[in-house]
Design a binder for this molecule. Structure first.
Ligand code: UDP
Length: 460
């Protein structure tokens, strides 16, 4: 397919991602959008994670690596999370400089670094080399807004009020806040990293966010008063939304190998809107008791289900569950999530509410049962239920677990209930709006266009 603006070929962007699936996916898709508009994009991640990536043969996007200082196992090899982040900063900076020098020497000099907001040190390097520096937020604008308030000392911690009022956001209860905030003791190093996203953001030339204006209008308008924030999402392969970019079917750089054929074959003859798709993403670790309750909830709902259970989580399933449920359900270690959500048989998504999964469900119009686990997922769940009205947040008991009756009730309500009807109407609406945002002349498309045009000017 023709590039939109081939005159832009001269500019070269490094797109530097934090090394997890939930960060690589949106940054890879953003790279494809840049390439489509004529900018050369090179995705950069760590050598440790790149060893585990299943990359489509036909993928056009170049992949380069830097080191986090743990080339064999990444964060799993590190003594602690703080040790990992500190070493990643040091070794990452040094190897990013080496990569810039290598690309320059090979006749492919870099004009711009689009860097993951989790890696603010990349901006110092961009500035040192006279390059354009663009920070890319992979979480929702609402969540960015919350951490910005913490950084500025405008949100006092620990939380002491029953209701938190922040500009651009609806009233939030403590449990609607990201887990690193409502439970400060849980992951202090990750809490620090998220606050430090804002340490040098005012020096960035561009502030990009993986959301779309229509979805988070109030939060975006408020943040845009501080920096010229540009929404560029949803970062979903063009083949599923605006269809402008000819894409390989194997669209991702996947850390786990998807079992595509088994999924599609199993879904093929299921009635429209009848299947419950269940996934807790690439990282969440559920308590065994929680897994069992979800399993029972699925069984009691009497629905067909497709459940992604990563290999490391499999032992938590009830004994013989897979065999006993084989008529009704398919349990797989990883699947091509976008193809599943795009399939007409799928009528409900039981999700951990990772930001990518949330955006994907919104963009494909699949109603959600929100079962958030940690980090930003609690905030996303609040918005899914109360702001976008795209699903139900499953209630939890005093131990913080979703019990089988609650899971069953939410699934039935979405598939067959009165509230489900309303949610399906909203789902249809969001699907349309998401598509329009990235389509030619849409809010996100215009922002990417502006970014590319200025980049080209800079590189001449
Ligand atoms: N994903 C996938 N197959 C699966 C489960 C997840 O391709 O079986 C993808 C999903 O489409 C999303 C990403 O993995 O793009 C997960 O990102 P998210 O932000 O939802 O959650 P995280 O894994 O970061 O917790």
């Amino acid at each position: 397919m023709e590039k939109e603006t081939s005159a832009h070929r001269s500019a070269h962007c490094l797109v530097l991602s934090y090394p997890t699936q939930g960060h690589i996916n949106p940054m890879l898709e953003f790279s494809k959008r840049l390439e489509h508009k004529g900018v050369k994009a090179t995705l950069v991640t760590t050598s440790s994670i790149s060893k585990t990536i299943h990359k489509a043969e036909s993928s056009n996007i170049a992949l380069e690596t830097i080191s986090d200082g743990y080339d064999e196992g990444g964060i799993k090899q590190a003594e602690s999370i703080p040790a990992y982040l500190e070493r990643f900063w040091r070794v990452g900076s040094q190897t990013l400089v080496e990569l810039l020098e290598k690309l320059s020497a090979s006749g492919s000099p870099v004009d711009c670094i689009v860097y993951d907001s989790f890696l603010p040190w990349a901006l110092d390097i961009a500035k040192k080399f006279g390059l354009v520096g663009a920070v890319f937020f992979t979480q929702s604008c609402a969540v960015d807004n919350i951490f910005y308030h913490v950084h500025e000392g405008l949100l006092k911690l620990p939380l002491s009020e029953p209701e938190i009022l922040l500009p651009g956001l609806p009233p939030l209860e403590p449990q609607d806040m990201p887990s690193f905030i409502y439970d400060l003791k849980s992951y202090p190093a990750f809490f620090d990293m998220l606050v430090k996203q804002f340490s040098n953001v005012d020096k960035a030339d561009w502030v990009l966010c993986n959301t779309f204006y229509e979805l988070e209008q109030e939060a975006v308008d408020w943040m845009a008063k501080i920096w010229p924030l540009k929404t560029v999402g949803p970062t979903i392969p063009s083949m599923f939304l605006d269809k402008r970019i000819e894409d390989d079917r194997d669209y991702g750089f996947s850390i786990f190998k998807p079992n595509t054929d088994a999924c599609m074959k199993w879904l093929k003859d299921r009635p429209q809107g009848s299947v419950v798709y269940v996934s807790f993403g690439s990282m969440a670790v559920l308590e065994a008791e929680q897994m069992q309750e979800i399993a029972w909830g699925l069984r009691m709902s009497n629905s067909s289900f497709l459940w992604v259970v990563r290999a490391s989580e499999e032992a938590k399933l009830p004994e013989n569950f897979v065999e006993e449920m084989s008529e009704k359900g398919l349990v797989l270690q990883w699947c091509p999530q976008l193809e599943i959500l795009n399939h007409e048989a799928v009528g409900c998504f039981v999700t951990h509410c990772g930001w990518n999964s949330t955006l994907e469900a919104l963009s494909f119009g699949v109603p959600m049962v929100a079962v958030p686990q940690w980090t930003d997922q609690s905030t996303n769940a609040k918005f899914i239920m109360d702001v976008w009205k795209m699903g139900l947040k499953a209630p939890v008991d005093e131990k913080g677990l979703v019990r089988r009756e609650a899971a069953e009730h939410c699934i039935r309500e979405i598939l067959e209930g009165e509230r489900g009807k309303e949610i399906k109407k909203n789902a249809f609406k969001w699907r349309k709006i998401a598509k329009e945002a990235v389509d030619q002349g849409g809010s996100s498309d215009k922002n990417i266009e502006e970014f590319v045009a200025k980049l080209v000017l800079h590189s001449q």
